[in-house]
Design a protein around this ligand. Structure first.
Ligand code: A2P
Length: 279
């Protein structure tokens, strides 16, 4: 009997938190995105993350399997029927070495307890919203730029995305294009709502129209010259930051240098930060 259960759980997750994969897209050999069914009871705020994963390998001694879970930002907006995620593929990564092989119809585990600080509630009202991402740190912003409240609350939304190579920008590029042409959003927000959205992609290790770390381009004024903005001010500018720890630290220094303060759900302020999760 034991063996039958083990075999079953190896091929199909038999857990209450199982969700079904509906589509998978591979962006290059290191990045993929996928969509899964959404639990009917799951409510979340655009920008939050959940724990997702797969059953781990059976323990060699006991034969028992434990769920292997990691934090993933929900890349889809709160109104979407499905949930989208954007992930790296690490060849020897405990989870992503397996997760990268999922196919439509497969099941993943999703713990329906969304949390996170990259939410509108953690920011004071402002005019301009800066979304600063590196790599897969764009995921929570993929949710937020499809969230109507983002356009209701701000006059301008600037999404910066810094990656090493051009191919790593593709997910964000198509995302921004899809927002501009989204029928539902255009109907709801009025034609041209997406004119508020400014996309500012940069690469650091491969030639592209805009090269350099966003931190350097902010410090030397390039970003402000390019966008016709005077600079950052605590009266008008709000920020959300999602990347590696060193990236987050460097952006925070720039924002704090301009007089912006870090906020939280319990105490909204001018910017919020979350580490991009790595699978
Ligand atoms: P760089 O190529 O100059 O290191 P990673 O893959 O290492 O997480 O980096 C993703 C992108 O973020 C790369 O383009 C990288 O630039 C950039 N980056 C890494 N660390 C920082 C930082 N502290 N400040 C700004 N950009 C950074």
């Amino acid at each position: 009997e034991q063996t039958a259960v083990q075999e079953q759980s190896a091929s199909k997750v038999v857990l209450p938190d199982a969700q079904t994969v509906t589509s998978v897209k591979h962006w290059n050999d290191r990045l993929f995105s996928f969509r899964v069914s959404r639990p009917a009871s799951l409510r979340f705020r655009s920008g939050e993350f959940v724990m997702i994963g797969l059953m781990g390998d059976p323990d060699p001694k006991t034969g028992k399997q434990k769920p292997l879970l990691r934090a993933y930002s929900i890349a889809s907006p709160a109104w979407d029927e499905e949930l989208e995620f954007y992930s790296i593929k690490v060849q020897d990564g405990p989870l992503t070495s397996k997760l990268q092989h999922i196919q439509p119809g497969d099941q993943i585990i999703l713990r329906p307890k969304p949390v996170g600080t990259l939410v509108h509630d953690a920011l004071l009202p402002g005019k301009r919203l800066w979304l600063f991402a590196t790599g897969t740190g764009i995921a929570p912003f993929a949710s937020l730029i499809r969230e109507p409240q983002t356009y209701e609350d701000f006059d301008q939304i600037i999404l910066t995305h810094t990656c090493r190579e051009v191919s790593e920008l593709q997910y964000g590029k198509e995302l921004v294009e899809s927002v501009r042409t989204d029928e539902l959003l255009n109907e709801l927000m009025g034609e041209g709502f997406a004119d508020k959205l400014v996309y500012y992609p940069t690469t650091t290790r491969e030639e592209s129209p805009k090269m350099g770390r966003i931190t350097d381009l902010l410090k030397d004024g390039t970003v402000f010259r390019d966008l016709g903005i005077e600079g950052l001010s605590p009266e008008t500018d709000r920020g959300m930051v999602c990347g590696s720890l060193p990236f987050n630290k460097d952006i925070m220094e720039i924002l704090e240098g301009a007089g912006l303060r870090e906020g939280a759900n319990s105490e909204p302020a001018e910017f919020v930060v979350e580490k991009a999760f790595v699978g």
